[in-house]
Design a binder for this molecule. Structure first.
Ligand SMILES: [Ca+2]
Ligand SMILES: [Ca+2]
Length: 218
């Protein structure tokens, strides 16, 4: 017996609704990223930050809708701005620094009910980490790949954006406080649910590109 039929027989008034497992629904996502993100659902890209990652100061919230049929996997690529593989920005100026990241999102169904928020339940993989030694930040002539300014970069694993990908070796997303991330323009334009957390890799400064994913059971 299907759940829908069972509900019908139980006298519920939901008999006219189609089962979520056999029809796609419309969802609304809200995302704020320092500095850039792209999101896919079951391997299909549904959004990309409207401000390119090549923009040094890029703080903006995005709201978009997508269609999906549960269960589905949300796959988020988030990048902190970096001038080159050293991970630094403002290189050669008195503001030379590692920069930091941070991303938060929430997804609601057509009825406004939360179906996903960014939190420690997501699995993440850091694919660009630099500099390997934070002393790089204060070097007078930092060279990407040399000494403290060495970097670690990895290709995104094949199929990581699909439902069947095995993310059991990935780490839990690290939750970071508002005080640590200091979210800027656009963040306050969204009414974030209290359960939505700013997430990133373990290190806001030296983790520069992260892949994060979660399976949403609908
Ligand atoms: Ca940044
Ligand atoms: Ca950084």
């Amino acid at each position: 017996m299907t759940l829908a039929l069972a509900l019908t027989l139980a006298g519920c008034t939901t008999s006219t609704e189609q089962s979520p497992s056999t029809s796609s629904q419309t969802y609304t996502a809200e995302v704020w990223a320092d500095n850039w993100f792209s999101m896919s659902v079951n391997g299909e890209q549904v959004a990309e930050d409207s401000v390119p990652i090549t923009t040094e100061r890029s703080f903006n919230a995005e709201t978009f809708t997508f269609q999906a049929q549960g269960p589905f996997v949300l796959a988020l690529t988030a990048m902190d701005f970096k001038e080159n593989d050293s991970g630094l920005e403002y290189i050669g100026t008195d503001r030379q620094q590692m920069g930091d990241g941070g991303v938060i999102l929430q997804v609601r169904d057509a009825n406004g009910a939360l179906v996903a928020v960014s939190d420690g339940g997501w699995k993440c993989l850091v694919t660009h980490h630099a500099p390997v030694d934070k002393s790089c930040e204060s070097e007078s002539d930092p060279v990407a790949g040399e000494g403290a300014c060495a970097f670690e970069t990895y290709d995104a694993p094949e199929g990581w954006e699909t439902l069947d990908y095995d993310d059991s070796t990935w780490s839990a997303a690290s939750e970071h406080s508002e005080a640590a991330v200091s979210p800027k323009d656009g963040y306050d334009e969204i009414n974030w649910d209290a359960s939505a957390a700013l997430i990133w890799g373990p290190d806001l400064e030296t983790d520069n590109t992260i892949l994060c994913r979660i399976v949403v059971q609908q």
